[in-house]
Design a protein around this ligand. Structure first.
Ligand SMILES: NC(=O)c1ccc[n+]([C@@H]2O[C@H](COP(=O)([O-])OP(=O)(O)OC[C@H]3O[C@@H](n4cnc5c(N)ncnc54)[C@H](OP(=O)(O)O)[C@@H]3O)[C@@H](O)[C@H]2O)c1
Length: 273
């Protein structure tokens, strides 16, 4: 059930999002060097690929970044790079999202509260690719693992972080999606289905938080980017032409900073709007 006013508000927000996130606007977006000063932002899958670039970029714009991932060594390298650049000291959370329990998320929530008091951003970036296999043959163990990391962990982490996000005056939750989660494509199996689920979770959460909270919720499809996951999905591809993760950071800065205030419930794309 939806009121006419709510629908009108959503349409207006959609217009804002379309105009604010057009490729031209993002290409021209010049974030202030200290855009994220005073903000604490948690990024999952921050040890490699897009998540690593996001963590470094947010820190370069003066956010305190909480880097979450499963490989401590990779997270420590990101930590060191942020410190060496003289940016706000980050924090590391080593957690395998395929194994994490409700207690792990509760512990994380307590640490967030004790250490930071509030959270201004949450970027769900870690994902499990699974295999490219017809649904008729898809291995159910792999199916379950992909759902655990891409959907269940995102829900549990969001719930754990909500109290800290509610304490922020301007908080942003960003889910990572992909084109195969917006239009079904053969053989993308559990990964494709979980991207659809993530889009649904984003829309429902955005609608629930739209009234009387300062938390906006959107999803972003990074588009094709040169990372280990891309190579796993397209092993024979010539990667020469693929953009580096660093080249798509404007969308992340825009969505984590104050310039995207009022943009919520939108399925956005980093490379083509
Ligand atoms: N690259 C693309 O072309 C593309 C296109 C569309 C969407 N995306 C989406 O963009 C996001 C980032 O992708 P990417 O290409 O940067 O992937 P990536 O290079 O494989 O990096 C993913 C990161 O997530 C971490 N991770 C994976 N499973 C985890 C788990 N169970 N617990 C904790 N951390 C885990 C990985 O940890 P380790 O370092 O330990 O492996 C890695 O640091 C994903 O959501 C992906 O679906 C990517």
């Amino acid at each position: 059930m939806d009121s006419v006013e709510n629908e009108a508000r959503r349409n207006a927000a959609c217009q804002v999002a379309k105009s604010s996130m057009s490729k031209k606007t993002v290409d021209r977006y010049k974030p202030a060097p200290d855009l994220l000063v005073g903000r604490t932002i948690l990024v999952t899958g921050a040890g490699d690929g897009i998540g690593r670039a996001v963590a470094l970029t947010l820190a370069d714009h003066k956010a305190t970044v909480i880097v979450l991932g499963r490989t401590a060594k990779k997270l420590e390298r990101v930590y060191d790079q942020i410190e060496q650049a003289g940016n706000p000291r980050p924090a590391i959370v080593t957690l395998d999202l395929s194994q994490a329990t409700v207690e792990d998320y509760e512990k994380l929530a307590k640490t967030l509260d004790d250490e930071f008091g509030q959270l201004d951003g949450l970027i769900h970036n870690a994902a499990e690719l699974g295999t490219l296999t017809p649904l008729a043959l898809y291995d159910l163990g792999t199916w379950s693992k992909v759902f655990t990391v891409n959907v269940h962990a995102a829900l549990m982490l969001t719930r754990a972080c909500l109290p800290a996000l509610h304490k922020s005056k301007d908080a942003s939750i960003l889910f990572t999606s992909a084109d195969v989660g917006r239009q079904g494509r053969a053989y993308w199996g559990a990964y494709g289905v979980t991207c659809f689920a993530v889009e649904g979770m984003m829309q429902i959460l955005a609608a629930e938080l739209e009234a009387n909270t300062a938390i906006r919720v959107n999803s972003l499809d990074p588009g094709p980017v040169k990372t280990a996951m891309r190579t796993r999905a397209y092993p024979g591809e010539d990667t020469e032409h693929l953009p580096e993760p660093e080249s798509i950071m404007a969308s992340y800065l825009y969505l984590m900073g104050p310039d995207s205030k009022g943009v919520t419930g939108q399925a956005l794309s980093a490379q083509s709007c």
